[in-house]
Ligand binder design. Structure first.
Ligand SMILES: Nc1ncnc2c1ncn2[C@@H]1O[C@H](COP(=O)(O)OP(=O)(O)OP(=O)(O)O)[C@@H](O)[C@H]1O
Length: 475
């Protein structure tokens, strides 16, 4: 995990690193067929795009690698940009990303990202370890506040491998307030303190998909071995194993084996373990047997501190210069409803539009620059009901259609969009959203949210619908 620079901005370097990891994960065959012949470029609107040689390759990437590629990219990119994928015929003669993203004049001679120089594939163990860890998420970048002070203290302690470590430690709390950040920070720090230890971080979804693939390939022994050799195992969003009996069983036996061997387990979930009703009781009680550590939603003071911190980090990367005025920061925070994730989005947008002018910007100018992005008032809460009504109205449906069993695309797609909006604009968990959509399972919601994320990158009409709905909801 060592040797990678935190918060890079040069698309060349980000892509070399992201591609290296992707190659280790998807294997040499698909990588050399679909990814290696592709290059990262900027389109006319400043969007970073992976350009594939053919339509077939584009569709393959979209279906099999885009999501993961974006996770890897986001983990490395100091500007939190996302990658789209298009085929060469759709792009015309867009310039290579490296020149434009740095703000240089686009140079026709600038090379596309040289895939041939991607370093050799990492060994399997390293790939498991590094998969999904984000360079930016360390203790240095985590801001302490009232709602997270206890969690931060426990996380720091866990990272030191101190004796008396509760096993497992479960960080729990609503979406977007720093659980993933803490798990990443623990993993980086623990690995820094004991470079020879095997620190394994993965999301529960990754646990699930890797396990399912291992069952299909009849390679579960290798899967078990890769996890059971861990000195510290961190699993993020553990609620997502709910409902899958064999995966839960596998997780339970992994946890028991590691705990018996005195290895460290750190998990995160959107609720306290005993409230994870979709998780099998034996696993649930194992999860609850260590220390449950809440990560509370941030108050205004913490949000202000995080916004300031983020702008300072962007300043160090040369994206902005100077500091924002305190009233500008307050305006930003008060007009950005939702979690830290939404706040980071607004801060990034401000940084991108303000650049060198940041310190001189007034609230009025920020309103002018970010108008549409900042319409949410300080006390405005968007509800699931409101989202359902707005979406139904937008697509000329009835609210009841969204809650019904109907699966035709004309109903299913708006339903998925409504689910995605609920995840973005409310603090409700996946199971909670599922219940509000006619008692659907949380995996259906997760699938819907993912689908919309994929479609937004691939389908302009969906992106426009989502944008229009977001505008309507923000009022
Ligand atoms: N205290 C904090 N200091 C700095 N950044 C923070 C803090 N809390 C959250 N963030 C940032 O907010 C974003 C969302 O946080 P994170 O992904 O850790 O949330 P989460 O609780 O894991 O959400 P989910 O349940 O969806 O996984 C991240 O980019 C993270 O760096």
């Amino acid at each position: 995990m060592a040797g990678v620079t935190a918060g890079m901005t040069d698309p060349d370097r980000i892509w070399s690193e992201a591609a290296l990891r992707l190659r280790a994960e998807i294997g040499e065959g698909p990588f050399s067929s679909y990814i290696a012949p592709s290059s990262v470029r900027l389109d006319g609107s400043g969007q970073l795009v992976l350009v594939t040689p053919t339509v077939y390759a584009r569709d393959w990437v979209r279906k099999n690698a885009l999501r993961r590629m974006n996770e890897l990219w986001l983990g490395l990119d100091g500007l939190s940009r996302r990658l789209d994928v298009r085929c060469r015929a759709e792009m015309g003669s867009a310039p290579p990303a490296c020149a434009v993203a740095r703000g240089d004049a686009p140079s026709p001679a600038a090379a596309v990202i040289p895939m041939a120089t991607v370093a050799p594939v990492a060994d399997g163990a390293r790939a498991v370890r590094a998969a999904g860890l984000q360079e930016r998420l360390t203790f240095d970048t985590f801001v302490e506040g009232q709602g997270n002070a206890f969690a931060l203290a426990i996380a720091r302690q866990a990272a030191t491998w101190a004796d008396g470590h509760f096993n497992p430690i479960v960080f729990c709390g609503p979406y977007g307030y720093g659980k993933t950040h803490l798990l990443n920070a623990i993993a980086w720090e623990a690995q820094r303190l004991r470079p020879d230890a095997k620190v394994v971080y993965l999301t529960a979804e990754r646990f699930l998909s890797t396990f399912v693939r291992a069952m299909q390939d009849r390679s579960t022994a290798a899967f078990k071995e890769s996890l059971r050799g861990a000195d510290m195992l961190l699993i993020d969003d553990v609620q997502f194993v709910g409902g899958k009996a064999s995966t839960q069983e596998e997780l339970l036996s992994t946890l028991t084996a590691l705990i018996e061997d005195g290895k460290r387990i750190v998990l995160s979930a959107d609720r306290p373990p005993m409230a994870l009703t979709e998780v099998e009781p034996r696993l649930r009680s194992h999860l609850a047997s260590g220390l449950t550590c809440p990560v509370e939603p941030a108050d205004r003071a913490l949000k202000l501190a995080v916004a300031r911190h983020r702008l300072e980090a962007l300043g160090r990367l040369g994206v902005v210069s100077g500091q924002a005025r305190p009233d500008v920061l307050e305006h930003l925070v008060d007009r950005t409803p939702g979690s830290m994730r939404e706040l980071e989005g607004t801060v990034n947008t401000l940084a991108a539009v303000a650049g060198a002018r940041l310190s001189s910007l007034t609230v009025e100018e920020v309103k002018g620059l970010l108008g549409a992005a900042l319409r949410g008032g300080p006390d405005r809460r968007i509800t699931v009901d409101e989202i359902q009504k707005t979406v139904a109205d937008h697509f000329s449906l009835k609210q009841a259609d969204l809650l019904s069993e109907r699966r035709t695309r004309a109903v299913a797609r708006p339903r998925q969009i409504a689910m995605w909006l609920c995840k973005q604009h409310t603090t409700r968990s996946y199971p909670d959203i599922g219940r509000r959509f006619g008692g659907r399972d949380h995996t259906t919601v997760l699938h819907g949210v993912r689908k919309v994320e994929e479609l937004m990158a691939a389908d302009d009409q969906i992106a426009r619908d989502v944008e229009a709905l977001t505008r309507k909801l923000r009022g």
